[in-house]
Design a protein around this ligand. Structure first.
Ligand code: COS
Length: 380
């Protein structure tokens, strides 16, 4: 394992760090409070190439590796996880899924605009009764010859209101179970496609989460991704990469909270000395630092596995599980180190703690990651 970063990767990391400090940090508290989507910042991230990081340059992407993407996710998430989830979904779930499994026509039609952030995409798998149990899709896509008719509801969809392109997973042939599921590209504005109200969330409040309703929505056959019945595998493959992005987000939240706690502990005084001089605080910082480093190794390893063309189902699941648990733990300790100040918004750590929670839930809960990990180690 060698994680020494190249000159290019260091430059990208620095660019993301600067962007986070200069453009995301001002206003992050207000956006969280008002649940305001970071529209201007998304536009800027598109211009910087952060929205199509791994997309081939031929489709207007940045043509970078997964490790560079992870570095960017980490830096953005230290400051604003609402913005980084938009980056993660657009890169890992939408662009990667389309580029890897889409037809040339689909790529030409959608990827250029998605990769440059002119439009953003959404990935629609979860339903009121199919979150973790993803094969239980109730949304149907009935085959009508040259098109599908889509009916059903999707829940908790990131970029749900702001996206222009939606990758929707639906059941075509119930008899065939997960082998009868398809993934369809649905454009905003297609008749019968309605967007529900924005969810009022605990964390990542600047991101845009909605339910989506489909009533007799006609989707042309050429909008299906992959062969008939490939939809569930498409979702699983895509989510396996998505988990690396969310693991990097969790790592960034943990690192951001730790950095704030470290700085605070060096200036805040109690019992006649800076609080970092008390072992109760110093040991917390030691634990936080150690866990973050361990999470970083798992996340970078998963990214390197993907870049090397190795299977990353296991390493991605381990990275997501460990980084998410670390994010929650470290952010909670960062609030504790800040004491009363940690409980108010101005010090940022309470937001990071609220944002950390979702990393244990979306793109596969921590429990789902344990299913993936245990099945993998028991199979081998
Ligand atoms: N890559 C390719 N194929 C995969 C895969 C992967 N990573 N994981 C599973 N599959 C395939 C299996 O090989 C199987 O296909 P075959 O029958 O052809 O072998 C099929 O998918 C069904 O898999 P399985 O039988 O393991 O399905 P389960 O119902 O037991 O569910 C889990 C498997 C739990 C891993 C899956 O449902 C899951 O990941 N759930 C969480 C979904 C999620 O992340 N939800 C959040 C929504 S996004 S915010």
């Amino acid at each position: 394992m060698n994680f020494s970063l190249t000159e290019e990767q260091l430059m990208i990391q620095q660019a993301a760090r600067d962007f986070a400090q200069n453009e995301l940090l001002p206003g992050v508290i207000d956006r969280d409070e008002a649940q305001k989507f970071p529209k201007e910042q998304v536009k800027q991230m598109g211009e910087l190439g952060f929205l199509g990081m791994m997309v081939n340059e031929k489709y207007s992407g940045s043509g970078l590796d997964t490790l560079s993407y992870v570095l960017v996710m980490e830096e953005l998430s230290k400051v604003d996880a609402s913005s980084s989830v938009i980056v993660s979904v657009n890169n890992s779930l939408v662009c990667w899924g389309l580029e890897t499994y889409g037809t040339e026509e689909q790529k030409e039609k959608y990827l250029h605009r998605l990769a440059t952030g002119q439009i953003i995409g959404a990935f629609c798998l979860s339903e009121p009764e199919a979150g973790s149990d993803a094969t239980s899709q109730k949304t149907t896509a009935i085959d009508k010859g040259d098109h599908y008719v889509l009916n059903g509801t999707k829940n908790w969809i990131t970029n749900g209101g702001t996206a222009e392109v939606y990758l929707v997973i639906a059941q075509t042939d119930k008899e065939k179970g997960h082998k009868g599921i398809n993934a369809l590209i649905v454009e905003k504005g297609t008749p019968g496609f309605e967007i529900g109200p924005k969810e009022n969330k605990l964390g990542i409040r600047g991101s845009d989460t909605h339910s989506l309703m489909f009533t007799d929505v006609k989707v042309p056959k050429e909008n299906r991704i992959g062969e008939d019945g490939f939809g569930f595998k498409f979702a699983m493959k895509t989510l396996a990469g998505g988990r690396i992005g969310i693991a990097a987000q969790a790592l960034g939240i943990a690192a951001g909270a730790y950095e704030l706690a470290l700085q605070y502990s060096k200036v805040r005084k109690a019992f006649g000395t800076e609080i970092c001089n008390h072992q109760a605080i110093a040991f917390k910082l030691a634990d936080m630092h150690t866990k973050i480093q361990a999470a970083r190794h798992l996340v970078y390893q998963a990214a390197c596995d993907k870049d090397a063309g190795e299977n990353y189902d296991l390493s991605g699941a381990m990275a997501k599980l460990y980084a998410a648990e670390t994010a929650m733990e470290v952010a909670t300790e960062a609030v504790q180190i800040h004491g009363g100040n940690g409980f108010v918004k101005e010090y940022h750590v309470e937001r990071l703690m609220r944002d950390a929670k979702i990393t244990q839930i979306y793109e596969g809960t921590s429990e789902i990651q344990k299913i993936v990990i245990s099945r993998s180690i028991l199979r081998d």
